[in-house]
Design a binder for this molecule. Sequence first.
Ligand code: AMP
Length: 486
Amino acid sequence: MYFNFQSCQFEEKTTRPNKLALIGSDGEKSWNEVSQLVGQITQAIESLSLKKGYPIFIYGHKETAFPISILACLSANHPFVPIDKLYPTERINEIQEETNSSVFIDCTGTLSGKNKTFIQVIGDKVIVENGEIRESWVPVYDQNPLAYILFTSGSTGKPKGVLIRQSSILDLVKWVKSDAFRMSEQDVFVNQSPFSFDVSLFDTFASFTYGASMILVSQELSKNSDEFFKVLRNYKATFWTSTPAFIYMYLRESWFNSFSLKHLRSFVFAGEPLPISTCESLYDNFSNPNIYNAYGPTEATVITTLLKVEKELFSSSSSLPIGYSKPESKMITEKSEATRKTPSELIIIGENVAEGYLNRPEETKEKFFQIDGKKAYKTGDLGFIEEGLIYCLGRNDNQIKLNGYRIELDEINEKLLGYPFINESRTIGLKRQDKVVRIVCMIQSDEVLDMASLKENLLLVLPHYMVPSDFLQINAFPTNQSGKID
Ligand code: AMP
Protein backbone atom coordinates (compact mmCIF):
# COMPACT_ATOMS: atom_id res chain seq x y z
CA MET A 1 0.00 0.00 0.00
CA TYR A 2 1.18 3.55 -0.61
CA PHE A 3 -0.23 7.08 -0.79
CA ASN A 4 -0.63 8.55 -4.25
CA PHE A 5 -0.08 12.30 -3.82
CA GLN A 6 -1.55 12.99 -7.27
CA SER A 7 -4.95 11.49 -6.51
CA CYS A 8 -4.58 11.81 -2.70
CA GLN A 9 -5.73 8.20 -2.38
CA PHE A 10 -4.18 5.03 -0.98
CA GLU A 11 -3.27 2.51 -3.64
CA GLU A 12 -2.37 -1.14 -3.38
CA LYS A 13 1.13 -2.02 -4.47
CA THR A 14 1.76 -4.95 -2.21
CA THR A 15 -0.62 -7.20 -0.35
CA ARG A 16 0.85 -6.26 3.00
CA PRO A 17 -1.68 -3.95 4.66
CA ASN A 18 -0.39 -5.06 8.07
CA LYS A 19 3.07 -3.79 7.34
CA LEU A 20 4.16 -1.17 9.86
CA ALA A 21 3.72 2.37 8.50
CA LEU A 22 4.41 4.55 11.54
CA ILE A 23 6.14 4.26 14.87
CA GLY A 24 5.29 7.32 16.96
CA SER A 25 5.42 8.56 20.53
CA ASP A 26 2.01 6.89 21.06
CA GLY A 27 2.77 3.49 19.53
CA GLU A 28 2.62 1.79 16.12
CA LYS A 29 0.24 2.02 13.16
CA SER A 30 0.02 -0.41 10.23
CA TRP A 31 -0.72 0.76 6.71
CA ASN A 32 -4.26 -0.52 7.11
CA GLU A 33 -4.74 1.49 10.30
CA VAL A 34 -3.24 4.58 8.69
CA SER A 35 -5.59 4.41 5.71
CA GLN A 36 -8.62 3.86 7.98
CA LEU A 37 -7.70 6.77 10.22
CA VAL A 38 -7.07 9.05 7.24
CA GLY A 39 -10.60 8.15 6.08
CA GLN A 40 -12.10 8.92 9.49
CA ILE A 41 -10.31 12.28 9.84
CA THR A 42 -11.20 13.23 6.25
CA GLN A 43 -14.87 12.51 7.06
CA ALA A 44 -14.63 14.57 10.24
CA ILE A 45 -13.21 17.51 8.24
CA GLU A 46 -15.96 17.15 5.64
CA SER A 47 -18.64 17.07 8.36
CA LEU A 48 -17.68 20.66 9.25
CA SER A 49 -18.67 21.91 5.76
CA LEU A 50 -15.81 24.38 5.72
CA LYS A 51 -15.50 26.77 2.83
CA LYS A 52 -13.06 25.84 0.06
CA GLY A 53 -9.39 26.20 0.96
CA TYR A 54 -10.08 26.72 4.67
CA PRO A 55 -6.79 26.09 6.53
CA ILE A 56 -6.66 23.50 9.32
CA PHE A 57 -4.13 23.52 12.15
CA ILE A 58 -2.51 20.24 13.06
CA TYR A 59 -1.36 20.41 16.65
CA GLY A 60 0.96 17.88 18.25
CA HIS A 61 4.53 16.66 18.21
CA LYS A 62 5.52 13.15 17.11
CA GLU A 63 2.24 11.27 17.54
CA THR A 64 1.30 8.90 14.70
CA ALA A 65 -1.80 11.07 14.21
CA PHE A 66 0.33 14.00 13.00
CA PRO A 67 1.44 12.66 9.59
CA ILE A 68 -1.92 10.87 9.27
CA SER A 69 -3.68 14.23 9.68
CA ILE A 70 -1.43 15.69 6.98
CA LEU A 71 -2.72 13.05 4.55
CA ALA A 72 -6.30 13.67 5.69
CA CYS A 73 -6.02 17.43 5.03
CA LEU A 74 -4.57 16.75 1.56
CA SER A 75 -7.35 14.22 0.86
CA ALA A 76 -10.02 16.67 2.00
CA ASN A 77 -8.37 19.43 -0.05
CA HIS A 78 -7.71 21.79 2.85
CA PRO A 79 -4.28 23.33 3.49
CA PHE A 80 -2.71 22.17 6.73
CA VAL A 81 -0.80 24.41 9.14
CA PRO A 82 1.57 22.34 11.30
CA ILE A 83 1.99 23.53 14.89
CA ASP A 84 4.42 21.89 17.25
CA LYS A 85 3.06 21.58 20.79
CA LEU A 86 6.41 22.77 22.12
CA TYR A 87 5.61 26.28 20.84
CA PRO A 88 4.51 28.77 23.53
CA THR A 89 0.79 29.61 23.52
CA GLU A 90 1.49 33.21 22.54
CA ARG A 91 3.17 32.09 19.32
CA ILE A 92 0.32 29.72 18.50
CA ASN A 93 -2.09 32.64 18.99
CA GLU A 94 0.00 34.80 16.65
CA ILE A 95 -0.08 32.09 13.98
CA GLN A 96 -3.82 31.72 14.44
CA GLU A 97 -4.31 35.47 14.05
CA GLU A 98 -2.40 35.40 10.76
CA THR A 99 -4.78 32.86 9.19
CA ASN A 100 -7.89 33.64 11.22
CA SER A 101 -8.80 29.97 11.11
CA SER A 102 -10.19 28.23 14.20
CA VAL A 103 -10.22 24.55 13.24
CA PHE A 104 -7.64 22.34 14.94
CA ILE A 105 -6.83 18.68 14.53
CA ASP A 106 -5.51 17.88 17.97
CA CYS A 107 -3.15 14.88 18.08
CA THR A 108 -2.56 15.30 21.81
CA GLY A 109 -6.12 15.23 23.16
CA THR A 110 -5.28 18.21 25.39
CA LEU A 111 -6.71 21.27 23.62
CA SER A 112 -10.00 22.79 24.68
CA GLY A 113 -11.97 26.04 24.43
CA LYS A 114 -15.28 27.20 22.97
CA ASN A 115 -13.79 29.63 20.48
CA LYS A 116 -12.24 26.84 18.42
CA THR A 117 -13.44 23.70 16.68
CA PHE A 118 -11.48 20.55 17.46
CA ILE A 119 -11.05 17.25 15.70
CA GLN A 120 -9.57 15.17 18.49
CA VAL A 121 -7.60 12.13 17.37
CA ILE A 122 -7.08 9.79 20.30
CA GLY A 123 -5.84 6.29 19.44
CA ASP A 124 -8.09 5.12 16.61
CA LYS A 125 -10.97 7.40 17.69
CA VAL A 126 -11.83 10.66 15.98
CA ILE A 127 -14.13 13.01 17.91
CA VAL A 128 -15.42 16.33 16.61
CA GLU A 129 -15.96 19.08 19.19
CA ASN A 130 -17.89 21.82 17.45
CA GLY A 131 -17.09 25.37 18.45
CA GLU A 132 -16.56 28.68 16.67
CA ILE A 133 -15.60 28.56 12.99
CA ARG A 134 -14.06 31.89 12.07
CA GLU A 135 -14.09 33.37 8.60
CA SER A 136 -10.50 32.68 7.51
CA TRP A 137 -8.90 35.18 5.13
CA VAL A 138 -6.42 32.81 3.49
CA PRO A 139 -6.83 33.20 -0.29
CA VAL A 140 -8.46 30.34 -2.19
CA TYR A 141 -6.67 28.93 -5.20
CA ASP A 142 -9.02 26.93 -7.36
CA GLN A 143 -7.04 25.14 -10.06
CA ASN A 144 -4.04 24.40 -7.93
CA PRO A 145 -5.09 24.58 -4.26
CA LEU A 146 -2.87 25.35 -1.31
CA ALA A 147 -1.36 22.27 0.29
CA TYR A 148 0.10 23.83 3.40
CA ILE A 149 1.07 27.05 5.13
CA LEU A 150 4.31 26.84 7.03
CA PHE A 151 5.24 29.56 9.50
CA THR A 152 8.86 30.63 9.82
CA SER A 153 10.51 33.36 11.85
CA GLY A 154 9.54 36.82 10.56
CA SER A 155 11.71 39.94 10.69
CA THR A 156 8.73 42.20 11.49
CA GLY A 157 8.36 40.58 14.90
CA LYS A 158 5.72 37.97 14.02
CA PRO A 159 5.98 34.57 12.33
CA LYS A 160 5.32 34.65 8.59
CA GLY A 161 3.33 32.05 6.66
CA VAL A 162 4.77 30.56 3.47
CA LEU A 163 2.02 29.47 1.04
CA ILE A 164 2.77 26.19 -0.74
CA ARG A 165 0.49 24.85 -3.48
CA GLN A 166 -0.29 21.19 -4.23
CA SER A 167 1.68 21.29 -7.51
CA SER A 168 4.82 22.09 -5.49
CA ILE A 169 4.35 18.94 -3.41
CA LEU A 170 3.89 16.89 -6.58
CA ASP A 171 7.08 18.43 -7.90
CA LEU A 172 8.95 17.28 -4.77
CA VAL A 173 7.34 13.84 -4.83
CA LYS A 174 8.41 13.37 -8.44
CA TRP A 175 12.02 13.97 -7.41
CA VAL A 176 11.69 11.69 -4.38
CA LYS A 177 10.36 8.94 -6.69
CA SER A 178 13.37 9.20 -9.02
CA ASP A 179 16.47 7.21 -8.09
CA ALA A 180 18.26 10.36 -6.83
CA PHE A 181 17.94 9.22 -3.19
CA ARG A 182 18.01 5.43 -3.74
CA MET A 183 14.89 4.88 -1.65
CA SER A 184 12.62 1.84 -1.66
CA GLU A 185 9.60 0.25 -0.02
CA GLN A 186 12.00 -1.52 2.36
CA ASP A 187 13.22 1.71 3.89
CA VAL A 188 12.60 2.66 7.50
CA PHE A 189 12.87 6.44 7.71
CA VAL A 190 14.03 8.31 10.81
CA ASN A 191 11.85 11.42 11.03
CA GLN A 192 13.31 13.79 13.59
CA SER A 193 12.64 17.36 12.57
CA PRO A 194 9.51 18.86 14.22
CA PHE A 195 6.54 19.04 11.83
CA SER A 196 6.61 22.82 12.12
CA PHE A 197 9.79 22.64 9.97
CA ASP A 198 9.52 21.43 6.43
CA VAL A 199 12.55 19.11 6.61
CA SER A 200 10.11 16.76 8.38
CA LEU A 201 7.95 16.67 5.25
CA PHE A 202 10.80 15.20 3.20
CA ASP A 203 10.76 11.78 4.85
CA THR A 204 7.01 11.96 5.45
CA PHE A 205 6.30 12.32 1.73
CA ALA A 206 9.03 9.79 0.86
CA SER A 207 7.80 7.15 3.27
CA PHE A 208 4.17 7.51 2.14
CA THR A 209 5.17 7.56 -1.54
CA TYR A 210 7.13 4.32 -1.27
CA GLY A 211 4.82 2.54 1.15
CA ALA A 212 7.77 2.34 3.55
CA SER A 213 7.91 2.77 7.35
CA MET A 214 8.78 5.81 9.43
CA ILE A 215 9.99 6.27 12.99
CA LEU A 216 8.84 9.57 14.52
CA VAL A 217 11.51 10.77 16.94
CA SER A 218 10.10 12.96 19.70
CA GLN A 219 12.30 15.44 21.51
CA GLU A 220 12.01 13.24 24.61
CA LEU A 221 13.18 10.13 22.73
CA SER A 222 16.08 11.97 21.10
CA LYS A 223 17.34 13.00 24.55
CA ASN A 224 17.30 9.43 25.86
CA SER A 225 20.30 7.95 24.08
CA ASP A 226 19.76 4.32 25.23
CA GLU A 227 16.08 4.34 24.32
CA PHE A 228 16.73 6.03 20.97
CA PHE A 229 19.34 3.41 20.11
CA LYS A 230 16.91 0.59 20.98
CA VAL A 231 14.21 2.08 18.75
CA LEU A 232 16.61 2.53 15.82
CA ARG A 233 17.94 -1.00 16.21
CA ASN A 234 14.64 -2.78 16.86
CA TYR A 235 12.83 -1.18 13.94
CA LYS A 236 15.89 -1.59 11.67
CA ALA A 237 16.20 2.08 10.70
CA THR A 238 17.73 2.57 7.23
CA PHE A 239 17.30 6.21 6.21
CA TRP A 240 18.19 9.21 8.37
CA THR A 241 17.08 12.79 7.67
CA SER A 242 17.98 15.67 9.96
CA THR A 243 19.89 18.88 10.34
CA PRO A 244 23.65 18.40 10.78
CA ALA A 245 23.26 19.84 14.31
CA PHE A 246 20.99 16.96 15.32
CA ILE A 247 23.27 14.12 14.22
CA TYR A 248 26.22 15.80 15.91
CA MET A 249 24.85 14.66 19.29
CA TYR A 250 25.21 11.00 18.31
CA LEU A 251 28.46 10.87 16.34
CA ARG A 252 30.42 9.99 19.45
CA GLU A 253 27.96 7.45 20.87
CA SER A 254 29.43 3.95 21.07
CA TRP A 255 26.34 2.53 19.29
CA PHE A 256 26.31 4.93 16.36
CA ASN A 257 27.93 2.69 13.74
CA SER A 258 27.25 -0.09 11.25
CA PHE A 259 28.12 -2.69 13.85
CA SER A 260 25.22 -1.73 16.14
CA LEU A 261 22.87 -0.32 13.51
CA LYS A 262 23.29 -2.81 10.69
CA HIS A 263 20.60 -1.40 8.44
CA LEU A 264 21.31 2.32 8.64
CA ARG A 265 22.95 3.34 5.36
CA SER A 266 21.56 6.67 4.08
CA PHE A 267 21.77 10.14 5.57
CA VAL A 268 20.17 13.26 4.14
CA PHE A 269 21.14 16.55 5.78
CA ALA A 270 19.35 19.82 5.21
CA GLY A 271 18.69 23.14 6.86
CA GLU A 272 22.21 24.45 7.45
CA PRO A 273 25.79 23.98 6.18
CA LEU A 274 26.99 20.38 6.45
CA PRO A 275 30.45 20.25 8.07
CA ILE A 276 33.00 18.00 6.34
CA SER A 277 33.99 16.67 9.78
CA THR A 278 30.45 15.24 10.18
CA CYS A 279 30.76 13.38 6.87
CA GLU A 280 34.21 12.10 7.86
CA SER A 281 32.83 10.72 11.13
CA LEU A 282 30.01 9.00 9.25
CA TYR A 283 32.48 7.45 6.81
CA ASP A 284 34.50 6.24 9.83
CA ASN A 285 31.47 4.79 11.63
CA PHE A 286 29.47 3.30 8.76
CA SER A 287 30.44 1.07 5.87
CA ASN A 288 29.76 2.75 2.50
CA PRO A 289 27.19 5.25 3.73
CA ASN A 290 25.11 7.28 1.26
CA ILE A 291 25.51 10.85 2.51
CA TYR A 292 23.61 13.72 0.91
CA ASN A 293 23.86 17.44 1.48
CA ALA A 294 20.50 18.99 0.57
CA TYR A 295 19.71 22.69 0.49
CA GLY A 296 16.52 24.66 0.23
CA PRO A 297 14.46 27.36 1.92
CA THR A 298 10.90 26.73 3.13
CA GLU A 299 9.85 29.10 0.31
CA ALA A 300 10.87 26.47 -2.27
CA THR A 301 9.17 23.37 -0.82
CA VAL A 302 11.60 21.56 1.46
CA ILE A 303 14.75 21.08 -0.66
CA THR A 304 15.99 22.29 -4.03
CA THR A 305 19.58 21.06 -4.44
CA LEU A 306 21.35 17.82 -3.69
CA LEU A 307 24.94 16.66 -3.41
CA LYS A 308 25.96 13.05 -2.95
CA VAL A 309 28.95 13.52 -0.66
CA GLU A 310 31.85 11.36 -1.86
CA LYS A 311 35.13 11.13 0.04
CA GLU A 312 37.06 12.79 -2.79
CA LEU A 313 35.29 16.07 -2.04
CA PHE A 314 36.91 16.36 1.39
CA SER A 315 40.41 17.08 0.17
CA SER A 316 39.38 19.46 -2.63
CA SER A 317 37.64 22.10 -0.52
CA SER A 318 37.25 23.45 3.01
CA SER A 319 33.44 23.50 2.83
CA LEU A 320 30.96 21.45 0.82
CA PRO A 321 28.99 22.78 -2.13
CA ILE A 322 25.20 22.41 -1.84
CA GLY A 323 25.09 20.32 -5.01
CA TYR A 324 23.03 20.45 -8.19
CA SER A 325 19.55 21.80 -8.66
CA LYS A 326 16.73 19.25 -8.73
CA PRO A 327 15.86 18.25 -12.32
CA GLU A 328 12.65 20.26 -12.74
CA SER A 329 14.02 23.47 -11.19
CA LYS A 330 16.89 25.78 -11.86
CA MET A 331 19.17 27.95 -9.77
CA ILE A 332 20.97 31.04 -10.94
CA THR A 333 22.90 33.87 -9.33
CA GLU A 334 21.54 37.40 -9.58
CA LYS A 335 24.82 38.56 -11.12
CA SER A 336 26.01 36.12 -13.74
CA GLU A 337 29.72 36.70 -13.06
CA ALA A 338 29.52 35.59 -9.37
CA THR A 339 32.61 33.85 -7.95
CA ARG A 340 33.75 32.63 -4.52
CA LYS A 341 35.36 36.05 -3.93
CA THR A 342 32.42 38.01 -5.34
CA PRO A 343 29.31 35.94 -4.54
CA SER A 344 25.84 37.01 -5.59
CA GLU A 345 22.29 36.23 -4.42
CA LEU A 346 21.05 32.74 -5.30
CA ILE A 347 17.70 32.58 -7.09
CA ILE A 348 15.46 29.52 -7.36
CA ILE A 349 13.24 29.07 -10.41
CA GLY A 350 10.57 26.41 -10.74
CA GLU A 351 7.25 24.94 -9.68
CA ASN A 352 8.64 24.28 -6.19
CA VAL A 353 8.66 28.03 -5.48
CA ALA A 354 5.93 29.14 -3.07
CA GLU A 355 3.03 31.43 -3.83
CA GLY A 356 4.41 34.05 -1.44
CA TYR A 357 3.82 35.06 2.17
CA LEU A 358 0.39 35.21 3.77
CA ASN A 359 -0.83 38.80 4.34
CA ARG A 360 2.55 40.30 3.38
CA PRO A 361 2.24 41.81 -0.08
CA GLU A 362 5.36 43.99 0.29
CA GLU A 363 7.67 41.17 1.39
CA THR A 364 6.15 38.88 -1.24
CA LYS A 365 6.86 41.47 -3.96
CA GLU A 366 10.41 41.89 -2.75
CA LYS A 367 11.25 38.17 -2.80
CA PHE A 368 8.98 36.50 -5.35
CA PHE A 369 8.86 37.27 -9.06
CA GLN A 370 8.65 35.57 -12.48
CA ILE A 371 11.39 34.64 -14.94
CA ASP A 372 10.21 33.54 -18.40
CA GLY A 373 6.75 32.77 -17.01
CA LYS A 374 8.17 30.61 -14.21
CA LYS A 375 7.99 31.27 -10.49
CA ALA A 376 11.24 32.61 -8.99
CA TYR A 377 12.41 33.33 -5.44
CA LYS A 378 15.30 35.44 -4.17
CA THR A 379 16.79 33.32 -1.39
CA GLY A 380 18.85 35.90 0.50
CA ASP A 381 21.70 33.37 0.30
CA LEU A 382 24.95 34.43 -1.33
CA GLY A 383 26.78 32.01 -3.57
CA PHE A 384 28.20 31.14 -6.94
CA ILE A 385 27.83 28.35 -9.48
CA GLU A 386 30.64 26.44 -11.21
CA GLU A 387 29.66 24.04 -14.00
CA GLY A 388 26.23 23.53 -12.46
CA LEU A 389 27.65 22.89 -8.99
CA ILE A 390 26.20 25.40 -6.54
CA TYR A 391 27.99 26.91 -3.56
CA CYS A 392 26.23 28.73 -0.73
CA LEU A 393 28.48 31.01 1.32
CA GLY A 394 26.18 32.89 3.71
CA ARG A 395 23.33 35.38 4.01
CA ASN A 396 22.80 38.95 2.89
CA ASP A 397 20.44 39.74 5.81
CA ASN A 398 19.86 39.20 9.54
CA GLN A 399 18.58 35.63 9.25
CA ILE A 400 20.69 33.07 11.06
CA LYS A 401 20.68 29.33 11.67
CA LEU A 402 21.31 28.12 15.20
CA ASN A 403 21.32 24.35 15.72
CA GLY A 404 19.46 24.07 12.42
CA TYR A 405 16.66 26.47 13.44
CA ARG A 406 15.89 29.42 11.17
CA ILE A 407 15.82 32.63 13.17
CA GLU A 408 15.27 36.26 12.16
CA LEU A 409 17.26 38.27 14.70
CA ASP A 410 14.94 41.22 14.05
CA GLU A 411 11.99 39.18 15.33
CA ILE A 412 13.71 38.76 18.71
CA ASN A 413 14.56 42.45 18.75
CA GLU A 414 10.99 43.49 17.94
CA LYS A 415 9.75 41.41 20.86
CA LEU A 416 12.26 43.08 23.19
CA LEU A 417 11.32 46.57 22.03
CA GLY A 418 7.73 45.71 22.95
CA TYR A 419 8.70 45.94 26.64
CA PRO A 420 8.22 49.57 27.79
CA PHE A 421 11.34 49.49 29.98
CA ILE A 422 13.63 48.75 27.02
CA ASN A 423 14.77 51.85 25.13
CA GLU A 424 16.98 50.19 22.56
CA SER A 425 18.29 46.71 21.86
CA ARG A 426 20.40 44.80 19.37
CA THR A 427 20.54 41.05 18.89
CA ILE A 428 23.41 39.28 17.17
CA GLY A 429 24.41 35.73 16.30
CA LEU A 430 27.81 35.14 17.86
CA LYS A 431 29.94 33.12 15.47
CA ARG A 432 32.76 30.68 16.01
CA GLN A 433 34.53 29.38 12.91
CA ASP A 434 31.85 30.91 10.71
CA LYS A 435 29.03 29.13 12.53
CA VAL A 436 26.54 30.83 14.85
CA VAL A 437 26.95 29.28 18.29
CA ARG A 438 24.76 31.54 20.45
CA ILE A 439 22.45 34.51 20.35
CA VAL A 440 23.59 37.54 22.29
CA CYS A 441 21.45 40.52 23.10
CA MET A 442 22.47 44.02 24.18
CA ILE A 443 19.92 46.21 25.90
CA GLN A 444 19.78 49.84 26.87
CA SER A 445 17.33 50.69 29.65
CA ASP A 446 16.93 53.34 32.35
CA GLU A 447 16.06 50.64 34.88
CA VAL A 448 18.25 47.95 36.39
CA LEU A 449 17.09 44.85 34.57
CA ASP A 450 16.60 41.39 35.98
CA MET A 451 17.88 39.36 33.04
CA ALA A 452 16.62 36.03 34.37
CA SER A 453 13.02 37.24 34.46
CA LEU A 454 13.43 38.91 31.06
CA LYS A 455 14.51 35.52 29.67
CA GLU A 456 11.53 33.84 31.30
CA ASN A 457 9.24 36.41 29.72
CA LEU A 458 10.71 35.82 26.29
CA LEU A 459 10.17 32.07 26.67
CA LEU A 460 6.44 32.80 26.92
CA VAL A 461 6.36 34.46 23.50
CA LEU A 462 9.20 32.88 21.50
CA PRO A 463 10.16 29.25 20.83
CA HIS A 464 12.98 28.21 23.19
CA TYR A 465 15.55 28.14 20.37
CA MET A 466 14.98 31.85 19.64
CA VAL A 467 15.59 33.07 23.18
CA PRO A 468 19.09 34.62 23.50
CA SER A 469 21.48 32.84 25.81
CA ASP A 470 23.28 36.01 26.86
CA PHE A 471 21.92 39.44 27.79
CA LEU A 472 24.07 42.44 28.36
CA GLN A 473 22.82 45.74 29.72
CA ILE A 474 24.77 48.68 28.37
CA ASN A 475 24.62 52.42 29.13
CA ALA A 476 24.62 53.58 25.53
CA PHE A 477 25.13 52.09 22.07
CA PRO A 478 28.08 53.42 20.09
CA THR A 479 26.97 55.35 17.01
CA ASN A 480 28.63 55.92 13.67
CA GLN A 481 29.12 59.25 11.92
CA SER A 482 25.54 59.35 10.66
CA GLY A 483 24.22 58.80 14.19
CA LYS A 484 23.10 55.20 13.62
CA ILE A 485 23.93 52.41 16.04
CA ASP A 486 27.30 51.00 15.07
P1 AMP B 1 14.64 26.85 6.14
O1 AMP B 1 13.64 27.72 5.48
O2 AMP B 1 14.45 26.73 7.62
O3 AMP B 1 14.78 25.53 5.48
O4 AMP B 1 16.05 27.59 5.99
C1 AMP B 1 16.57 27.84 4.73
C2 AMP B 1 17.94 28.45 4.84
O5 AMP B 1 18.84 27.56 5.53
C3 AMP B 1 18.58 28.64 3.48
O6 AMP B 1 18.14 29.82 2.85
C4 AMP B 1 20.06 28.63 3.83
O7 AMP B 1 20.44 29.88 4.35
C5 AMP B 1 20.13 27.61 4.93
N1 AMP B 1 20.43 26.25 4.42
C6 AMP B 1 19.57 25.26 4.22
N2 AMP B 1 20.21 24.15 3.78
C7 AMP B 1 21.52 24.46 3.70
C8 AMP B 1 22.70 23.75 3.30
N3 AMP B 1 22.68 22.47 2.94
N4 AMP B 1 23.88 24.42 3.30
C9 AMP B 1 23.93 25.72 3.68
N5 AMP B 1 22.86 26.43 4.08
C10 AMP B 1 21.67 25.82 4.09
